[in-house]
Design a protein around this ligand. Structure first.
Ligand code: NAD
Length: 299
């Protein structure tokens, strides 16, 4: 079965996700503020829309993949936001990582129109987006998730129902707080080994078969030259931006404040990425957090 899908937000993640929906045979109408981002999709057969609202024309499914809460709220709920213009009966899926409260606000506006809306943030990085192996972490009604399953399956491999509206975002934030901590810790361990004469690849191989193993080490190694096809192999371009990680750690801090939770390592990681961003690394991949630890010892 093929459907007409409006896809808005074609960045590092949105573009490869939308491409997989095209490959699955769906008719995509796409929009991004960046013309370059749209070009990749039209080359693959998607139709470029002149605005987000125009992309909704006849859509049975609406997918959005934007940077942060403010972009999502502005798009759906801002002056003349799209919530009021989505075709009747369409299914709405936001895959951005945003505050649970923002996801719930959009879901309420959709519900007022009788539309099903899911928060469905993803994990797996740009490589997972390209390979169609993302993990979807979904909040919203179980029946809405069943409606979304065929589309999510075209873009991902694992689909989890975290709970009611907003629960997908809460689970995603817990995951990304851990990821931020693991990447910083992995960088620190590798830099310590290298400073003491170890080869980063040898140390990585050792830790990958030892108790320090983790996703950042094994699939997203931050040390240049240890792995191909990761941001460290291309000057930390593309991938998952420092400022996006900083946004997620900020969401974790807000979530912790609201629930009187202690997140000592999450807060430390937030400050590390914050200083890294202030030093000018905001647009680089988050694995570049190893750079200040390697200063003067860069390979
Ligand atoms: P990105 O910055 O590469 O892409 C965002 C895109 O949204 C850009 O192309 C931008 O032009 C577009 N955009 C912004 N406002 C818009 C608007 N109003 N209308 C249309 N387009 C608009 O970001 P990304 O890396 O693709 O991440 C997107 C979301 O996914 C973020 O919430 C991020 O935290 C999350 N995420 C990213 C990764 C990753 O590895 N990059 C992994 C999992 C989740």
């Amino acid at each position: 079965i093929t459907n007409k899908i409006a896809f808005i937000g074609l960045g590092n993640m949105g573009a490869p996700m939308a491409l997989n929906l095209v490959k699955a045979g769906h008719a995509l109408q796409v929009f991004d503020l960046s013309a370059a981002a749209v070009g990749q999709l039209t080359a693959a057969g998607a139709k470029a829309a002149p605005s987000a609202r125009a992309a909704l024309e006849g859509a049975e499914v609406v997918v959005t993949m934007l940077p942060a809460s403010s972009h999502v709220e502005q798009l759906y709920l801002g002056a003349d936001g799209i919530a009021g213009h989505i075709p009747d009966g369409a299914l709405v899926v936001d895959c951005s990582t945003i505050a649970a409260a923002s996801a719930q606000a959009v879901a309420r506006a959709c519900a007022a129109r009788g539309l099903d809306m899911l928060d469905a943030p993803v994990s797996g990085g740009t490589a997972g987006a390209q390979a169609g192996t993302l993990t979807f972490i979904v909040g919203g009604a179980a029946e809405a998730l069943e409606r979304a399953r065929p589309y999510l399956s075209a873009m991902g491999k694992n689909i989890f129902h975290a709970g009611a509206s907003g629960a997908g975002q809460t689970a995603k934030i817990c995951n990304n707080m851990l990821l931020g901590i693991l990447m910083a810790g992995t960088a620190e361990a590798l830099a310590l080994g290298v400073a003491n004469g170890l080869d980063a690849k040898v140390l990585s191989d050792i830790m990958a078969k030892s108790s320090g193993r983790n996703w950042a080490l094994e699939l997203y190694n931050p040390y240049p030259g240890v792995m191909d096809n990761v941001p460290a192999a291309r000057g930390y371009q593309g991938g998952f931006g420092v400022d996006l990680m900083l946004k997620d750690l900020g969401l974790a801090a807000q979530t912790a404040l609201a629930s009187h939770s202690a997140i000592p390592l999450g807060e430390l990681a937030r400050n590390l990425y914050g200083m890294h961003s202030l030093a000018g690394a905001g647009a680089r991949d988050f694995s570049s957090i190893i750079e200040p630890l390697l200063a003067g010892r860069l390979p």
